[in-house]
Design a protein around this ligand. Structure first.
Ligand code: CYT
Length: 274
């Protein structure tokens, strides 16, 4: 197997045959948030299946398309759907699209996800700016021989979720009267939702949110030096917080409910970030 850089370059080269656009901002849409892709003007839509080496999601609600175009005048590349490690993909596969976004020219990345709330002050439908993460997935996307063309062997994660971008997000949310909380995202492997005992443990560790994505993408984005804004949509209270079971349909339904706020916040932020 060739190295990731060669493979990602092949994917980026293929994408460039379909559009001359150089995206400055990458956006990864999480569960239930995929409709945001409709905001892209004059879109070039590329099914993941057409892009060399691109992994394809097996989960319902994660349809896989890369959409290039403009939002509020900014050239963007939007990933509608992502793959997760719990589907059986390696972390190299999970993070491959993020690396392609970097090679295409993105300088910043907005990662979004659906998450469970560990912090009991959050509610179903809350939007949260991710301030930091705890990677409890047991692995790291930068594992293996370092590919120096992406970045250095050891790299800093101190300001992984850019304070400057979070500050912009809070200011814009306040301006639009959209409640935006801030919190630490803890990632597990999944696909089982967490147990109530795990959630109690994670709360002691300092986590506010739990989910099964994002951290790997953020690690490779930081490896490449991209600025990151992470936004979580609270789709459910985490296990044991309420006396009820968690289901995937609820996760998707909550996305549809807050879609309007999410779209309006993101759209206004894009020209400020890029
Ligand atoms: N919810 C979610 N855990 C949850 O409770 N969306 C991911 C992981």
């Amino acid at each position: 197997m060739t190295d990731q850089y060669t493979r990602a370059t092949a994917a980026a080269d293929y994408i460039r045959t379909l559009t001359p656009l150089t995206p400055r901002l990458g956006i990864i849409l999480g569960s239930g948030l995929g409709n945001f892709a409709a905001q892209v003007e004059d879109p070039t839509t590329i099914p993941y299946a057409d892009i060399p080496h691109f992994p394809q999601s097996t989960v319902e609600g994660h349809s896989g398309k890369l959409i290039l175009g403009h939002i509020a005048g900014v050239p963007v590349a939007v990933m509608q759907g992502r793959v997760h490690a719990y589907e059986g993909y390696s972390l190299a596969e999970v993070t491959f699209p993020t690396r392609v976004l970097g090679l295409l020219g993105c300088k910043s990345l907005i990662v979004t996800n659906a998450a469970g709330a560990i912090n009991t002050s959050y509610k179903q439908g809350s939007l949260v700016a991710i301030s930091d993460h705890i990677n409890l997935t047991g692995s790291n996307a930068a594992l293996g021989p370092n590919e120096a063309k992406f970045g250095p062997r050891f790299f800093d994660m101190t300001n992984a979720y850019s304070l400057a971008l979070r500050t912009l997000a809070h200011a814009e949310a306040a301006k639009q009267n959209i409640p935006l909380a801030e919190g630490v995202y803890l990632a597990v492997l999944g696909p089982s939702y967490e147990t109530p005992a795990e959630i109690r443990a994670f709360r002691i560790l300092g986590a506010d949110l739990v989910g099964m994505s994002t951290v790997h993408e953020v690690i490779v984005a930081r490896h490449m030096g991209l600025e990151v804004l992470g936004l979580s949509l609270v789709t459910n209270m985490a296990a044991g917080v309420l006396n009820e079971a968690i289901n995937h349909e609820e996760v998707m339904e909550t996305g549809r409910r807050v879609e309007h706020q999410f779209t309006s916040l993101l759209k206004a932020l894009i020209p400020q970030i890029a």
